[in-house]
Design a binder for this molecule. Structure first.
Ligand code: ATP
Length: 234
């Protein structure tokens, strides 16, 4: 479904991503893991069209989307849930959801999709009229995911969904991600919590200093010495 080939990203003099190759098959959960600053968010940003690659190619469903604007990429079926959730604090849960569907769906379809999201996330139904800023971190993460799903993506890019959440909330969010995949969604997950990512993913790629240094099945990586020593505290 997605292929990232020899991706390079520069911010001025800073080479944030030197070389990343990555593939995501339909229905898979692929994890992208690595330390702070390894280039994970930049990679997601390039796939979503928010960051222009300096070199390399990104192909989604057989179409080259490298450097295309974010609206085009999201219209093709890719939604990003950004790091830090970025929900609109002063807008209600309902308004946040509607913004997620506004670009793509006609009014009746958006309404129906909103109801589907409220069925999927009962907590958002309960807080429908509450301002986004008044939700807890975990509830905001649910809202950010639901907002991204409003556009009916086939591929969802999740940037650090566990960040800053209480352990119980992390379990809830990860159960939800597993449930989305069971319903046919394809997931590219960026996580600093490597143990957690490897529990849910089919395959994973390790980034270090802007380079993909290791890739394999989640099982292979969970037992690799490098991953155990560098990321799992073994
Ligand atoms: P984190 O979890 O901290 O976001 P990451 O693995 O997602 O880490 P990136 O955010 O992609 O890494 O950052 C990769 C490198 O690029 C870092 O050195 C970072 O400081 C740098 N960088 C990221 N965004 C910018 C920017 N807009 N301008 C300049 N440098 C940037």
């Amino acid at each position: 479904m997605l292929a990232v080939e020899a991706l390079k990203i520069r911010y001025g003099e800073v080479e944030a991503v030197r070389r990343v190759d990555l593939s995501v098959g339909g229905g898979e959960i692929i994890a992208l893991v690595g330390a702070n600053g390894a280039g994970k968010s930049s990679t997601l940003g390039a796939i979503a069209g928010l960051v222009a690659p300096a070199a390399g190619r990104i192909v989604f469903d057989g179409t080259d989307i490298t450097g295309k604007p974010p609206e085009t990429i999201s219209r093709r079926g890719v939604s990003l849930v950004p790091e830090g959730r970025r929900i609109f604090a002063s807008l209600s849960v309902a308004e946040n959801l509607r913004l997620g569907g506004a670009m793509h769906l006609a009014a009746p379809e958006a309404k129906a999709r909103e109801q589907e999201m409220l069925d999927l996330f009962p907590i958002l139904r309960r807080y429908h009229r509450i301002k986004g800023g008044n939700l807890s971190g975990g509830e905001q993460q649910m809202l950010a995911i639901a907002r991204a799903l409003m556009a009916k993506p086939r591929l969802i890019l999740l940037d650090e969904p566990s960040l800053g959440l209480a352990p119980r909330m992390i379990d809830t969010v990860f159960d939800l991600i597993a449930g989305l995949r069971r319903n046919g969604l394809t997931v590219l997950l960026v996580e600093q919590n490597v143990a957690l990512a490897l529990e849910i993913a089919d395959r994973a790629t390790v980034l270090a200093n802007g380079e993909a240094v290791l890739a394999g099945t989640a099982k292979e990586l969970a037992t690799s010495d490098l991953v155990r020593q560098a990321y799992l505290g073994a």
